[in-house]
Ligand binder design. Sequence first.
Ligand code: NCD
Length: 337
Amino acid sequence: MNFVGSHILSVSQFDRRAVERVFDVADQMLPYAHRQLVTRVLEGAILGNMFFEPSTRTRVSFGSAWNLLGGEVRETTEIKASAIAKGESFYDTARVLSGYSDVIVMRHQQEGSVDEFAIASRVPVINGGDGANEHPSQALLDLYTIRKEMTDRGKDIDGLRIALVGDLRYGRAVHSLCKLLSLYSDLHFTLVSPPELSLSKDYIDGIKSAGHEVIESDELHSGIRHADILYVTRTQEERFPSQAEADRYKGLFRLNQSIYTEYCEPNTVIMHPLPRDSRGNANELDNDLNENPNLAIFRQTDNGVLVRMALFALILDVVDKVGATATKVSWYTAKRF
Ligand code: NCD
């Protein structure tokens, strides 16, 4: 895969070598993300951050990743704040905004919207999530996290046992992650969801045809036994025809410390793309897991910055120049990592 100048729209663009390249560059970004070194390699460059659906971590971590490389960020965060609300097409918006930016990250509720936007854009576009379809940067940071967590436990991604729990029908993070994991060997997937929210046949066929085992279950306790990774998701209520329908599935698969202790292996890693829904009727990952050392959710969010820095450095062809402009951080830095 040639990263330079390319759009990142789907994980289908990646082979295993390309994934490893992203991870190697992400590793190189640690001293910058950890506030040990400062680089100005993207000084003067502008990121167009266009989020037409709610977002905290994806939007802010893409922005921070760009800032950490020395660039400036311009934000558009709501449809009503953009000319799309006046009926402007993706084509026109993309032609215009690509004149103002060096890279654009876009999130929109419509599947395929980011592809349509990228066709008209004059600069590289990264998919920050298009409806229930894909979320490639999330899958890359999830896989980067899985790799780190497994390495720390003396294991590999090959042979991994992963349980994916919750709304597998509408969860774009899960969709992209399944495709990316399929690049590895001999994985065991347990898909835990109510039948109505199961992973679609196309994704399951894709996993199976890559040689992996898939077991489907609608029961949490048996589904999470023997997993190396437990990947829990939120009910994507914004994609349901009505709130009442979404509410039927909320809180069906709650994980707390006592269920973890009883049913999981002692070292099972708990992941979630976040946000976890903390409202009482949902609460898919209970707060009593917060002190569990295997809860990797905030390591995932930290890793997101590294992976997004790597994508920018690769796309803009500055990987070898990042260190050339580096200086030591001169301010007090809290120990966050
Ligand atoms: C996910 C998303 O937006 O798809 N969040 C994220 O980007 N970290 C998952 C979700 O919203 O449930």
